[in-house]
Design a protein around this ligand. Structure first.
Ligand SMILES: Nc1ncnc2c1ncn2[C@@H]1O[C@H](COP(=O)(O)OP(=O)(O)O)[C@@H](O)[C@H]1O
Ligand SMILES: Cc1ncc(COP(=O)(O)O)c(N)n1
Length: 577
């Protein structure tokens, strides 16, 4: 199941987009709570009223990162200072409530707010100040009134109280002033004064009761339940409005998920004015952020999510794209005419293709030289590469191969002839079984000696790096057009075979990676590479000028990703303890 699948929307209930525009749920005080309305600002101005977490994963720090990740402008009014890290909360200091009131006034006097996210309040008097401030904001579902998302923070994941005794009533008193409230299951139970829901159906019933009692929309969250799916749902006074399912990620990087969800939701709602769409997008983003969290290696307890995982992927991709070397456009223009219009190359069709592909390969010579000069490749060649750096490379390569096999399978799906279909299907099988088996068995054994692990093992339980993800994104983006896809998958064959030939030539009996280097000198792989190149030549020969332009770009980009991929393990540092 993919993250953020929306389902179980009852007929007539809010879903997304135009269908929900104008839908409202009415609170007991008669104020309208818009489920969806006219679109808001492109870069919403969002104020987080919350506590500080010095370890950066939860609280105001998470809020700012989540707001930035959702492309909003973040501001903060700090309610409390905590002394905490990923392992737990050591102390809490709540400054005078009047100081918070002054912060709120300073921001509101100057800045028009599109949304407010309220998190940890710490003490009843702080909640009261926030309540009075909310009452001073414009009322009703007007453009001037900021959307208010209340995350009723009470207890940290570690079990430490984040709200003084007596604070629960004051927080409950804020519910009627919020548009959406996002309690976790224990908080939902406290707000209703009921036992904690034991299953999802119970959680949805409680959420509806809370929504009815306070005239507020409730996001029920399944983070605290078990099972393969981590469901969230938007629930109104009349019950379920929409359920958003996502896979439960097996990860300890869940510190601050509640803070991040509520902030991301506030920004996305302020932009789209559609709570269901905002929840779905926020959930999808959060799932990616949780997946990428462990790779940050922050702390020894419940680590943070990687709020900026998507940004890192883009940065890694553009870093690869700007590696020195000829711009793809230059390559393409030479063959397609200066304006990118269909050009002609003299000679027979078959010669055209070979000449074209030969030029692309020559244009990538600088990148191939860069690969040879990379610290990683040199250390692998001379045997000085630390074992943990080699393992890192193997792990990322295994994660890459699994998805690369999908790209080859897609090429098989799109192939116009039976021969090409069979070739790519064989390549997909080879990547998935032969090559991936080699990786998993190496990862289970001694990289320096012979492979010892079991073939057919599972993929390494590590997240794909931003560099790996960026390369895979490139392959995915190429996947709708056969010619572009063939050009994008080719460098992985060709460069690997080319670099491998030189690595294998320097192999010797005493080389610590001799068995691995031996795998590079594989005649079958060399033959498959020649065949893949022949297919590329055939496709290039038949391509229009515009297609050739796209192929040249896809090919050159993939070459750049190859450089970045080989380079990514070079910052190996000391071996982990
Ligand atoms: N292991 C997980 N995998 C995927 N999503 C999760 C996981 N844990 C929590 N979430 C999501 O994180 C958000 C916060 O959920 P939850 O843990 O219930 O709240 P809180 O952080 O307030 O205790 C929800 O969107 C929930 O679905
Ligand atoms: C300052 C602060 N605010 C909120 C939380 C709750 O975090 P979570 O999102 O994991 O429930 C926290 N641990 N610290």
């Amino acid at each position: 199941m993919s993250a953020g699948t929306t389902s179980a929307v009852p007929a007539g209930a809010a879903t997304t987009g135009a269908a929900t525009t104008g839908a409202v749920a009415t609170g007991p005080d008669g104020s309208a709570r818009a489920v969806a309305g006219p679109a808001g600002r492109a870069v919403p101005r969002v104020l987080a009223v919350a506590g500080s977490d010095p370890s950066g994963g939860a609280g105001i720090q998470a809020d700012l990162k989540a707001v930035a990740a959702a492309d909003g402008y973040g501001m903060t009014a700090i309610t409390a200072l905590t002394v905490q890290n990923t392992r737990g909360v050591r102390d809490v200091h709540v400054p005078p409530a009047s100081f918070l009131a002054a912060q709120l006034d300073a921001v509101t006097d100057d800045v028009a707010l599109d949304a407010v996210k309220i998190g940890m309040l710490g003490a009843p008097e702080v909640a009261e100040v926030v309540g009075a401030w909310l009452d001073s904001l414009p009322r009703g579902a007007t453009a001037e009134r900021p959307a208010v998302v209340l995350d009723p923070v009470m207890v940290a994941t570690s079990g430490h109280r984040l709200l003084n005794p007596g604070g629960e009533r004051a927080v409950a008193d804020l519910l009627r002033r919020a548009d959406v409230v996002t309690p976790n299951l224990p908080e939902l139970a406290v707000l209703l004064d009921e036992p904690v829901a034991r299953d999802w159906a119970g959680a949805l019933e409680q959420a509806a009761r809370l929504a009815r009692r306070h005239g507020v929309l409730v996001v029920a969250k399944g983070g605290h339940l078990d099972g393969e799916v981590a469901p969230d749902a938007l629930v109104g006074p009349d019950g379920l409005l929409a359920q958003v399912d996502g896979p439960r990620v097996a990860s300890s990087a869940t510190h601050g998920t509640g803070c991040s969800l509520s902030s991301g939701l506030a920004v996305r709602y302020a932009r789209s004015r559609d709570w269901v769409a905002a929840l779905r997008e926020t959930k999808q983003w959060l799932t990616r952020a949780i997946r990428a969290g462990e790779a940050l290696e922050v702390g020894g307890g419940h680590g943070p999510v990687d709020h900026l995982a998507d940004v890192r992927t883009v940065v890694a991709g553009s870093r690869a794209a700007t590696l020195p070397g000829r711009l793809p456009g230059d390559v393409a223009r030479r063959f397609a005419g200066h304006d990118g219009s269909p050009g002609t190359v003299p000679g027979t069709a078959a010669e055209d293709g070979a000449a074209l592909v030969g030029r692309w390969w020559d244009e990538a010579a600088g990148l191939r030289a860069q690969i040879d000069a990379l610290p990683f490749v040199r250390a692998l060649a001379d045997g000085t590469l630390p074992e943990h750096a080699f393992r890192y490379y193997l792990q990322q390569d295994a994660l890459y191969l699994r998805e690369y096999a999908r790209a080859l399978a897609r090429a098989a799906e799109l192939a116009p002839t039976r021969a090409e279909q069979a070739f790519w299907a064989g390549g997909a099988h080879g990547a998935l079984v032969t090559e991936l088996d080699l990786h998993t068995s190496w990862l289970g054994g001694e990289p320096g000696g012979e492979a010892r692990g079991e073939p057919g093992g599972e993929l390494p339980d590590v997240p794909a790096s931003p560099t790996t993800r960026a390369y895979l994104d490139h392959l995915r983006a190429a996947g709708s057009d056969y010619a572009t896809l063939v050009a994008a998958v080719l460098p992985c064959y060709w460069i690997y075979q080319d670099v491998g030939e030189r690595l294998a030539a320097g192999n010797h009996d005493a080389h610590p990676y001799r068995a691995w280097l031996g795998t590079y000198a594989d005649d079958e792989f060399a033959a498959a590479t020649r065949q893949a190149v022949a297919v590329l030549e055939r496709v290039a020969a038949d391509a229009t000028g515009e297609q050739r332009h796209r192929m040249a770009e896809a090919f050159a980009r993939a070459c750049r990703h190859e450089v970045a991929f080989f380079d990514q393990a070079h910052a190996w540092g000391p071996a982990p303890a």
